[in-house]
Design a protein around this ligand. Structure first.
Ligand code: OKP
Ligand code: ZN
Length: 334
């Protein structure tokens, strides 16, 4: 299958993140993408579809904030990466706050998502990479792989979080639906629940969201991804969460994957966007599942076996030395 990667995504390089009470080196590094592109033997660059398909998913005030946040932070006399410290968990509403710290808190769900100098450009080209991959599928390719970075599945309509700024998978899914390629399903197999994608489509009956992830009672993002979240309003029944315990290995994972694929085909999907994270790998430094490299080939084969056109969008995976091999194994399965 064709692979897409745009080197402008490498411009995003935050220095550190808050992890269990300490500042540690940022885990979502440019080296991740470099390892994957090396293992895949290159990638075609993104085409530019402009802001419209991004604005079809994200709030315009949020996009303005993202574009300008790093410059505002520096204009306020700060150095390094921009990061918030006060979060409006109670009665969040649009307020016209001018101070950069207020905006950083209002538009983020955690303190794990700093804005660096190159963040906007990289996130923009990650979204364009997903759209370019979708264009290949729309033009008749059965499967396409979009090497997106920074990842996207924790980002909602108007917030960033979990190393994510623009929701690449949601942007591609929205575009696919607009092109009449639906009904569209998003299947999220990253170790972490894709709360942003779920939130964006929670009340939409036309896009199905299924996620297999670590039980949020023990793992980030904690507050979403529980099995009783199934959608609301017109989206009632179009969200499926399959949380699994820490230590899950391939046989147990495979059973959940089969149920998710059966739900997706049973719902009538005609196109699948796969949010793929390789952080289910046994050696991942921030995750606790037990998949082996060869299991990703079985995963790719099982997903291809559902018989739908598939756009694969890269999400997480932090065992950098094994990451290229794990992604290549998935691609091999397709
Ligand atoms: C992004 B993706 C502790 C801080 C919170 C955020 C994890 C984001 C995962 N290091 N960690 O789903 O792979
Ligand atoms: Zn993850």
């Amino acid at each position: 299958m064709r692979r897409f990667f745009d080197p402008r995504q490498l411009a995003h390089a935050p220095v550190r993140e808050l992890h269990n009470g300490d500042w540690v080196p940022y885990a979502e590094t440019p080296a991740r993408a470099e390892q994957i592109v090396a293992a895949l033997g290159g990638g075609e660059p993104a085409r530019d579809f402009g802001l419209a398909p991004i604005a079809a998913v994200h709030d315009s005030a949020y996009l303005d904030f993202l574009k300008g946040a790093w410059a505002e932070w520096h204009a306020a006399g700060r150095s390094g990466d921009a990061i918030g410290y006060t979060f409006p968990v109670v009665r969040r509403r649009p307020l016209d706050c001018s101070r950069i710290d207020a905006k950083l808190g209002a538009y983020s769900m955690d303190a794990a998502t700093p804005i660096a100098e190159g963040t906007w450009d990289a996130a923009y080209w990650a979204a364009q990479t997903a759209l370019t991959g979708l264009d290949a599928v729309a033009s008749g390719d059965r499967h396409a792989f979009a090497l997106c970075r920074p990842p996207g599945h924790h980002a909602g309509r108007d917030y960033m979080g979990g190393y994510c700024y623009l929701n690449n998978a949601a942007i591609a899914a929205q575009r696919a639906a607009a092109l009449g390629l639906g009904p569209v399903a998003v299947l999220d197999v990253d170790y972490h629940h894709g709360n942003g994608t779920q939130d964006i489509y929670y009340e939409h009956g036309d896009i199905f969201f299924a996620s297999i992830h670590a039980d949020p009672r023990t793992d980030y993002p904690f507050y979403w991804g529980h099995a009783d979240e199934t959608g609301e309003g017109e989206g009632a029944g179009s969200t499926l969460n399959l949380p699994l315990p820490r230590g899950t290995d391939w046989p147990a994972y495979r059973a959940a994957l089969d149920s998710a694929l059966a739900a997706i085909t049973g719902w009538g999907a005609k196109l699948l966007v796969l949010s793929f994270g390789a952080d289910t790998f046994v050696g991942d430094p921030i995750s606790s599942f037990a998949l082996q490299t060869g299991d990703f080939t079985a995963m790719g084969r099982a997903i291809a076996g559902a018989g739908l056109p598939v756009l694969v969008v890269m999400e997480g995976g932090y065992a950098v030395g094994d990451l290229g091999g794990n992604v290549a194994a998935l691609v091999e399965g397709f």
